[in-house]
Design a protein around this ligand. Structure first.
Ligand code: PMP
Length: 409
């Protein structure tokens, strides 16, 4: 048989290798949310979605929509250039200073994507003879940054501060600069980095600390200011706080918060900022309005925290496996294998609950799960109903005999 050298053939073979077989069991991905919502409405119900980052339930807030409309009328959709040369708008600096103030840093800089922000910052900051230490459960954008970085890289066991100390003790001295990279609220497991210990280690070993707060701004701390507010630490002690506008700020884009002198130079040096278009002004306006809503309506943060704690407690009472989740906006529920994870998601969908499966590629092969994004928008009734459905599904699963493993020929 002639070999297939086509690009299409190559892509299909690669996709199979990295887990394309998932799709052969029925494709639960790319379900248009508006269609699911319309379907639910046509049955006289309302879709309960646990699939969206809208942690504070503000994506349809009139103040945000109005701000976007007004910016659209005033300055149009796009920035029409790199901010360095033509793409700068008044709204960029306004939003960035409001954001820095909210986070508690000296300054902020926005980029067009959260993914890009990690990738470009991590890959371009360090060079040869430097050392980068990163948590093994870091988001793919952090991994991509590490992979494109010339520094020596060491992965440390998830949230294992003893191990991190050991690596610093054995490897720090022979390197010039050292950067520790962690997430604050882990996106697949829902547990939190040990910030007090990280700050101690950073000081002791003369390292820099980058914290990805993608999932914790608007989520952790009494007023949603993130991991520093949660632990009562000063945000200025973290060298670089990275975040995204796609989650609590219900729009799109990434940001870096840190010292003004650092960001003033990154504006000229950071490839993903310099060589990419500025944040669309309409998006900056929407994110700015979202920030204002978070400040004006602080009870949303409390409601989110109550909801997430309730979800976690009820899930554990129901005997569901929630891994190390701490009950802040992200709670995974683990299943024994990919097939049962997909079936659980389908079972929920049939009951008007949208919670897609997360299987290999997103998480390690043996740890499939449904990741529940909790929102201030959810009612206690929706949470309780979801846990009841998961409990019923799991009870059915326990009764189903496990088919024997196929014997290799
Ligand atoms: N960091 C983390 C921890 C994330 O989970 C994500 C995306 N979910 C990103 C960065 C990338 O952000 P964005 O989707 O806004 O590009």
């Amino acid at each position: 048989m002639a070999s297939d050298f086509s690009l299409a053939g190559y892509i299909v073979r690669r996709a199979r290798l990295v887990g394309g077989s998932v799709l052969e069991n029925g494709n639960p991905f790319f379900a248009p949310l508006d269609r699911l919502q319309a379907d639910a409405r046509s049955h006289g119900t309302v879709l309960t979605s646990f699939a969206n980052y809208d942690y504070l339930g503000i994506s349809d807030h009139s103040a945000i929509k109005n701000a976007a409309h007004a910016a659209l009328d005033r300055v149009g959709v796009g920035a029409l250039g790199s901010r360095l040369v033509g793409g700068e708008r008044l709204i960029h600096a306004d939003f960035e200073s409001a954001l820095a103030k909210f986070v508690g840093s000296e300054a902020a800089l926005t980029l067009v994507s959260g993914y890009l922000t990690n990738l470009t910052t991590i890959s371009s900051l360090l060079g040869k003879r430097d050392l980068i230490l990163y948590d093994e459960l870091s988001h793919n954008s952090i991994m991509a940054g590490v992979q494109s970085c010339k520094a020596d890289a060491v992965e440390f066991r998830h949230n294992d501060m003893e191990y991190l100390r050991h690596v610093l003790q054995t490897q720090r001295a022979e390197h010039r600069n050292c950067l520790i990279v962690v997430e604050s609220l882990y996106s697949m497991d829902g547990d939190i980095a040990n910030l007090p210990e990280l700050l101690k280690l950073k000081d002791e070993f003369n390292a820099w600390l980058l914290v990805d707060e993608a999932h914790s701004i608007g989520v952790l701390g009494k007023s949603g200011r993130g991991i520093c507010e949660h632990f009562g630490e000063d945000p200025k002690r973290i060298d670089l706080i990275i975040g995204t506008l796609s989650k609590t700020f219900v729009s799109c884009g990434g940001f870096i918060c840190g010292q003004k002198v650092i960001l003033d130079w990154l504006k000229y040096l950071l490839p993903g900022f310099v060589y990419s278009v500025g944040l669309p002004p309409v998006i900056a306006a929407a994110a700015g309005a979202a920030l204002q809503v978070i400040e004006d309506e602080p009870s949303r943060v409390g409601k989110l925290q109550d909801n997430a704690q309730r979800f976690l407690i009820k899930a554990r009472e129901a005997g569901l496996s929630t891994g190390p989740a701490e009950g802040y906006a992200i709670v995974p529920v683990m299943f024994p294998d990919m097939k049962s994870t997909m079936a659980a998601s389908d079972y929920l969908m049939q009951r008007g609950i949208y919670a897609p499966p997360i299987v290999q590629v997103g998480v390690p092969k043996g740890l499939p799960r449904i990741r529940f994004f909790i929102s201030a928008r959810h009612s206690f009734e929706e949470i309780d109903r979801t846990i009841e459905a998961l409990k019923a599904f799991s009870a059915g699963l326990a009764k189903t005999p496990v088919p024997p493993e196929p014997v290799p020929a």
